[in-house]
Structures are given as structure tokens and as C-alpha cells.
Design a protein around this ligand. Sequence first.
Ligand SMILES: [Zn+2]
Length: 380
Amino acid sequence: MDASLFFSETYETARSRFLEAAARAEARIVSYENPSARGPHGTPLYLDTAWFGPADAETVLLNTSGTHGAEGFAGSAAQLAWIETCGPRDLPPRTAVLLVHAVNPFGFAWGLRGTENNVDLNRNFLDHAAPHPDNPLYDELHKFLCPKRLDDAAMSKMLAAGARFVEKHGQWALEDAISRGQYTHPDGYHYGGLEPEWSNLTLRRIAETELAQARRVAFVDWHSGPAGDGELIYLCFSNPRGAEFARAAHWWGEDALDPATVNAMWGSKRPSRRGIMFWGLEEQLAPHARLTGAVVEFRSARHKPSPAKTIRASLLERWLRFEGGLDAPEAKGFLEEIRDDYAPRRQSWHDNVIRNALACYRETIVGMADWERERARAAD
Ligand SMILES: [Zn+2]
């Protein structure tokens, strides 16, 4: 089996392959069109779902791809590989799998991370009626991080400002301020938005309709980005002292969820985020279902020699959106650079992504079967 065969060059190809494979496996398919965004050449954009297994299953794997747009190339390939390597046929009794393809189809189609409104979906799942979390250190950084041009002079100026900031606040404060989420600069980094995005509302609607009967939801949200070659990083956002975290550790290994392991693989201590999808879904399902799962990252980028290089994909995305435009002469090259961070074309990466994704599906589904048996025993 050549793992590269599961990877697609474009969102449109990835989508049609997903739909065809799901139809062949007799899944129940539902498509949601984004009414206010278009892809390159004006193509319509869809979030698609495919349900495998009995309609009344109370134990369900919810598996999402493309929450961060361009990171969806890996997640989509993983979903296709699961369908095509007999995943649906081998489901344990009374369990089901709900694949959600391209949570953020705009980002996926254009090769960007954010939504059509430059929103980081994993900062958007919070109560927008309440005051938004503040991030005063980001306000200090914003003007330095948004150069009009990306030439050497602008880069040196930005690095000098970054160095001054680190001297004053420390390295982690810099990383945290940039990536924890901010709600004040719509043209900035990790912007969380002031209202729920279409993707957020659509996913909530899916949870409401497709998971109404669910009592036990396993959740795997595929992402990519941190430096490496297809290894998995499990970011479990459950209470570390609670039953859900313990269950996830039982499925995927204590070590895989251990914060020291996770930080080492991530490359530094993780930021203090708010508004992530995991918590949004956990809260929505809480009245009738427990949620055990993780954001699972495929490591993908090359190891970068400097902080300026590490942040480069985000700089390029921002520049394309707000300074140069997606039709700028530089766009093609910049989008290739971004693509190389989130979905490189190396064979070793393709091989590792597919092998590790299929192992993760197996472990999760074995875990769901245990969870379902536990319930049956408790009901006896
Ligand atoms: Zn991501």
C-alpha cells in the first residue's frame, strides 16, 4: 500500500474522494455548504459528514479534519485511509464512527489555517455573550508582528522587537501572547472572533442532530504543524485528574498524554488557550454524553533554525490576507511554503502519517468497544 495515494493535491479532490469512499462503504452522508465563502475560482465550499455503523449507536467516534484549514490534507488522508482499509467493516457491535471532513473548508481550499474571517476556530468556541478573554501582551506585540512588507529590513526590525519583549517578559510569554488567542485585532494572529464562526455553528448543529442519542463520544481532531515527521502528539484537554483523561491515557498510553512528553514533542510549554473546539463540544454534549479524546497533531514541519523561521507560515498567511492579497505575484510561492509546513510532500511523512493514524483509529475503536462493554456490564 502506497500511503501517498491517500493524499490529495487540492481540497476539491480530497472532498470528492472522501464522498466517493464513504458512499461505497454505505455511509450516511450529509453536506453543509458555507453560504458566505468561496474557494479559488469561485468554487463552493462544504463541510461533509459520513456516519458509519448503526444509527442508534450510543458509543460514537467523532473524528474531525481541517479544523485548521490547510492542516486538513493530513486529516483527510487519514480519514480516507480508514474508510478504504476496511475500518467501517471492522467496527465493534453497537459502535459508530462519524467522520467530519473539512471543518474549515475555506482554509483547506486556500491552503490557509484560519477561516474566511481570519478566525482561529480553536479559539472561537466560547461564550461570545460574555466579555472575551484579554491578552494585553498581544496588544504590545501586534504592531511589530504585522509588517507591510516581508523583506530583510522588516524581519530584522521584528526580531529586534521580539528580543526586547523576551528580555522584559521571557520567551514563553512571547509564545503565549502570540498563540493563546486574542479578541482585539481581527487582522492579527490567533484571532478568536467576536461571534461563532459558520464552522462552529455547523459543528454544533451536527453534534445536536447526529449525536443526540450518543452517551459516550470518543473524539479525535486531526491537526498538523509542529516540527517532525508524522509522529503523533496527543493534546488531551480533559481535566488531568478526571475519569476522561484516565480513559484517554488507557487508550493511547500514559506516556503519550504525559505533559512532559507532550511539551518535548511540541517544542516548548504549550500556550494557555481558551475557546477550543474540544471544550465547546464537551460542554454541549455534557447533558447526555461524556467526551473522551484529544486534538491529535501529526508533526509535519521541518525543524527551523530560528524563531523567525518558526513563525514564518503565520506571517505569510497574514500577509496574504491583509497586505499583499491572495492574487499577489508572491502568493504561489508563499502558499507552497505554508503547505510545506502543514502538509509536506515527502514520502516518509506520508508513510508515517498513515501508519500512525491507522494505529490511532485502532486504539480508539478498541477503547470504544471496552467503554461500550463497561456500560453493558453496568446495566446488567
Ligand atoms: Zn491545528
